[in-house]
Design a protein around this ligand. Structure first.
Ligand SMILES: Cc1ncc(COP(=O)(O)O)c(C=O)c1O
Length: 463
């Protein structure tokens, strides 16, 4: 699968309809979109449709989708197995604020897939799931503080938006004494008194923290890999040490499996890393793109519900989400979809490795073959602060080049590539690799040209 890089400049994509839509949308939606994460100015992509592993924008450009909606679309866009079931159930009415069999079956299936989960409830988004898991942890322990790791993203509620994505790494404070940095205005400073930032892969830091403040700490919430920072991996033994340390200090462990759940393994990253947390949050892959989410955990911890903790939601467990979760989880349970996705990811990784080795670009794969990043760095990165020292400028240039050539990773190296079951079809893997190769070739050649111009200018100046 060798794909020879060429130096063909980026082909220009048709964008007229999307630019028109952007200016129209700007008059109504802040930034022209419903999420800050998709507000890319005139480059904002307006989608027409998706099918399998492909997506088409409003101007008719076709891409191999490597974003898959930031992860939820695990099987493929418009998967008929899920969509037909959802459509059939929808016809029976979607919102009753009453409980349907689909909800019960969906949550029973979560328990089958994640046997350590004793009780689980549906929410609509990952944000709600992490918010409720934190509340349950606080209620169960009677303690207030939650430890979260720098660079980890747990959604958009106030307690989640601390030390996520600073403009400069130095804004996070010193390495020994990080500050809780709120993301954006509108979040009361008092939040930072209850959310304590920590450094991933650093057990010594956590032990010191627990010795100082453990009596006030209800839980540690952790993305098992830094799924919002290129999938930076735990060092061997980190999660086991984290589990042991939390148990030693009577602190709960929440695995935020919004990205990893039903993707890394049927039982999520907890199964993959061999850990039994106390609570976990799920969303994304559990509904193949429909807005289904859940939080659950050990029976005893979850026993604060329903009497002692507030949890509700008009749309929690609505028919569309419940049917989508029921069908998607059944497919994950009963077919080899996850094995197919992992194998497809491994094939893509093998192709990228060949290309990168041929060009002498130092790199490491982070994450899991179903959700990974090619991180351009000599040194293995172990925490968020180190991401800044990777060659993310090269990554961004490659990602932009890939867009122009018909494959769409997120144009920010912090977002991993997401594989879906449908990527196994046809020549998709070969195309991803050849588009990557061509884009890398152009980005490296452009960089070499800039460096040589800068060198000539410096020589002329000193002459
Ligand atoms: C690990 C993690 N937790 C929580 C969330 C929030 O989920 P949602 O966007 O469904 O609110 C995300 C979203 O990307 C996530 O990656």
């Amino acid at each position: 699968m060798t794909a020879e890089p060429t130096t063909r400049p980026s082909p220009a994509l048709a964008r007229a309809k999307q630019i028109e839509m952007y200016h129209r949308a700007l008059k109504t939606l802040p930034g022209g979109t419903d999420s800050n994460f998709r507000a890319w100015g005139e480059d904002t992509i307006y989608v027409d449709r998706g099918r399998g592993g492909r997506v088409w924008d409003l101007d008719g450009n076709e891409y191999i989708d490597l974003r898959m909606g930031y992860g939820p679309v695990i099987l493929g866009h418009a998967d008929p197995r899920v969509d037909d079931f959802v459509t059939e159930r929808m016809r029976m009415g979607v919102s009753f604020s009453l409980t349907s069999e689909d909800e019960v079956v969906a949550m029973e299936t979560v328990k089958q897939l994640v046997p350590w989960v004793g009780k689980v409830r549906m929410t609509v988004s990952g944000t709600e799931a992490t918010m409720h898991a934190m509340r349950v942890a606080r209620a169960y322990t009677g303690k207030t503080k939650i430890v979260k790791f720098e660079g980890q993203y747990h959604g958009v509620h106030d307690y989640a938006l601390v030390s996520v994505a600073p403009n400069k790494m130095s804004d996070l404070g010193s390495e020994d004494n990080p500050v809780g940095l709120v993301w954006g205005r509108g979040i009361p400073e008092v939040i930072t008194k209850t959310i304590v930032p920590a450094r991933f892969n650093n057990i010594e830091f956590l032990r010191n923290l627990f010795e100082r403040e453990g009596g006030d700490i209800a839980a540690v919430i952790v993305e098992p890999v830094l799924g919002n920072a290129a999938g930076i991996l735990p060092q061997p033994g980190f999660h086991k040490a984290l589990r042991a340390l939390t148990e030693e200090f009577g602190i709960l462990l929440i695995f935020d499996e919004v990205k990893t759940g039903f993707r890394f393994a049927r039982g999520g990253a907890a199964e993959y890393f061999g850990i039994t947390p106390d609570l976990a949050t799920y969303a994304k892959a559990m509904g193949n793109g429909y807005p289904a989410a859940a939080f659950g955990g050990r029976e005893e911890v979850m026993s604060v519900l329903p009497d002692k903790v507030s949890h509700g939601g008009t749309y929690a467990g609505n028919r569309v989400a419940a049917a989508a979760a029921r069908k998607t989880l059944e497919i994950i349970r009963d077919t080899n979809a996850l094995e197919t996705i992992r194998d497809t990811g491994l094939r893509v990784q093998a192709g990228l490795k060949e290309v990168l080795d041929a060009r002498g670009v130092p790199f490491h794969f982070t994450g899991h073959p179903a959700m990974f990043s090619p991180m351009f760095t000599e040194k293995v990165v172990t925490e968020y602060r180190e991401w800044a020292a990777t060659d993310h400028e090269l990554y961004d240039a490659v990602a932009v080049g890939m867009h122009a050539r018909g494959a769409m990773p997120e144009p920010d190296s912090r977002e991993p590539w997401f594989m879906c079951e449908a990527h196994a079809q046809g020549d998709t893997v070969d195309r991803i690799v050849s588009i990557f190769a061509e884009s890398l070739g152009v980005a490296l050649d452009q960089r070499a040209r800039h460096q040589s111009l800068a060198h000539d200018a410096a020589a002329a100046y000193s002459a």
